[in-house]
Design a protein. Structure first.
Length: 102
């Protein structure tokens, strides 16, 4: 288990960053090439632990989406919360705190 001092990324964070970084700048992305994004991920991995998803995070995610009646695109935020629960992480840095209030 981890404590709240762990600085980590969930696979969901990595996937969302890849999406934004490799999307063209004209489409509100960063316009990175695959190679640039790979290098950026390697840099991030040197600073942050990448948390794995496991059976515990799946069970937590399923409970969250059923309990809070989550539908559509909103399923991604409970996935982050579920990984946090599975790894005993109690704090998150986010620009979208309202997305996690459920």
């Amino acid at each position: 288990m981890h404590n709240s001092a762990v600085q980590a990324l969930a696979m969901q964070n990595v996937a969302e960053f890849w999406n934004t970084a490799t999307r063209p700048a004209a489409s509100n992305g960063l316009g990175f090439s695959i190679e640039e994004e790979r290098d950026e991920l390697l840099r991030l991995e040197s600073f942050f632990e990448v948390l794995h998803e496991n059976a515990a995070s799946y069970i937590a995610w399923k409970a969250l989406v059923v309990q809070h009646r989550v539908i559509g695109v909103q399923v991604h935020d409970p996935r982050l919360v579920a990984v946090m629960q599975a790894h005993d992480i109690r704090q998150i840095v986010t620009f979208n705190a309202s997305d996690l209030t459920r």
